[in-house]
Design a protein around this ligand. Sequence first.
Ligand code: ADP
Ligand code: MG
Length: 705
Amino acid sequence: METIRKDILETPVEFLKGVGPAKGELLKKELRLYTFGDLLQHYPYRYVDKTKFHRIRELNEDSGSVQLKGVLRRLSIMGEGPKKRLVGQFRDDSGVMDLVWFTGIHWLEKALVVGTEYVVYGRVNAYGNMLSIPHPEMEVATPENLERAPAFAPVYPGTEKLNAKNLDAKALRRLLQSLFEKLQPGDLPETLPAYLVEKLHFPPRYDALRGIHFPKTQEELDAARNRLKFEELFFLQLRLLQLKRRRKDEVKSYVFDKIGDYFNRFYAEKLPFELTGAQKRVLKEIRRDFASGRQTNRLIQGDVGSGKTIVALMAMLMALDNGFQACMMAPTEILAQQHFLSVSAYLEGMDLRVEFLSGTIKGKKRQAILDALAAGDIHILIGTHALIEDPVQFRRLGLAITDEQHRFGVAQRAKLWKKGIPHPPHVLVMTATPIPRTLAMTLYGDLDVSVIDELPPGRKDIVTTHRTENHRMRVYGFIRDEIAKGRQIYVVYPLIEESEKLDLKNLQEGYEALSREFPVPDYQISIVHGRMKPADKDFEMQRFVSGQTQIMVATTVIEVGVNVPNASVMIIENTERFGLSQLHQLRGRVGRGAEQSYCLLMTDFKISHEGRERIQTMVRTNNGFEIAEADLRLRGPGDLEGTQQSGILNLHIADLARDGRILQTAREIADRILDDDPALQKPHHAVLRVELDKQKQQKGWGRIS
Ligand code: ADP
Ligand code: MG
């Protein structure tokens, strides 16, 4: 019996009562709901108390979605052509307002009965000072209907198109209802071992799924949510931790047990400063990995300026000391260039060959690098994605470091692995900006983690202030004073693709204003933006780096990597248009020398609430991890750069910004289970294996590794 019904969740959605081929097609296109199972996982994003009513007199333009009870007084068709609409006059004991429909006019005109009492639900719209509700849900206010009204009516995410085709929130509610009419508890078998369900006081799975769609009480809803969030995070962690363990157990790699001449000489003669305690600790962790005989897969997190590059470099020297080559891959040309320049500078005089490779290196030069690499003459190769292209062959690659703005795709990582022969290289992943713990645990949950949680000594916090247009003259005065002290200044403009022309105009005008205020020959100004030829860009950069120019006007091309210790002021224009992590990166361009540094955040008078919060966060703290947390809270993980592509964060219900504790619990429990039963072979863990297999097929989890 059970086997026959087992696949009901795989049933194509069009076979559900009330769907059919046309609506089925829409559900697939608009919401990616293909099967009953998908629909079941289309969770409400909020609930409406249908037992409570608003009063017309108390409504205003900010009322949002409301429920009213009253009498339909009049119905009339108004307007012509596309403006044709059905308008209903609706009255409760406090006032009168309009209900408006633009589609289904004639049908509605027949169906609705003037003089009848209705329950109306919809979103208040303000047109001038007239309030109305477009396309409200209508239900006759019979005693039975009122009796049946749920305190938690689910509201489902939908789209305009679906609304227009009569697949609105109410229709989705009906579909879920008819789905639950078909489903029996046996169709939604347990996915968690019984002892866990009991220990965590979870409702059975069927109850949880029913409870998330149609809760009767707040308690039921909380319990359902809690379980479903846990479940979602738990299986993801189980999968990531399994992967991590499997690699540890199965993937052999080279043993780097020597600390040799390269490392020692560098340490004794070249290292220009004492390492911080955190840098030393992380290097020890890396060294232990390298000596273990298993493949290293370690994430190195650290705030902007915490000194990740030197750690990466010294790890590469360990590889070299053991007779291997190393490579380092960065997400952008500029960042890769910067790594190449700083690594080359650190290694000056060490008789090592360090080369740069990117898409811009072509022809003979490229071939020469490829040949030398295959012959083993190049010790360290630094570059962009070009490193993982097929023709790039190492003689003996032992260590691959990736500096990631966001998680590199898996296919890319797999390619990197294949560059090592016979074994995959050790892998270190550095993040260009700090990422919140919950996100790290999820995106990089299969890696070991090291955190460089200490900045080099002597760094002063950057003083950050918010300034508006009427401070402009004082800002110029400040620039003048700082230049007089011998400092250099960055002025950065946003450049966002869709409005590139406008932005470029802003940048040009800003440059001209500055040129008038700071004229030659007393002052020199550099300008750099993405539309310039690389050679011109380099030339301008170089003038700033060497101190010939005092002001650098730029777009965010300088966001990453640029290192000019004498620059002590960062002025960011139109700050409200930048994201938090970008602002933090930009600010990190100053505060690199011994001088007190400043960051001025320029905005209009009027900025959005969220923009203000971003600015307040920047003013309040210099701590990149704190800023990353705030970013996650404000924007949600889906919007953080790059998380979309990773495919890991397609979470249905868990929220990484808010469910940190559930995530922590899920990870700990997953870890404990794997300690006890690594292959999940014990009988009571069979359910876990079944669910993992199912999810693996559905979600294409191959993408994770
Ligand atoms: P990150 O990549 O983590 O943002 P970098 O590796 O670029 O940081 O280092 C930032 C700056 O700090 C560089 O100029 C580097 O030379 C310097 N630096 C790194 N480690 C130390 C240290 N232990 N003491 C002093 N300066 C350091
Ligand atoms: Mg760096």
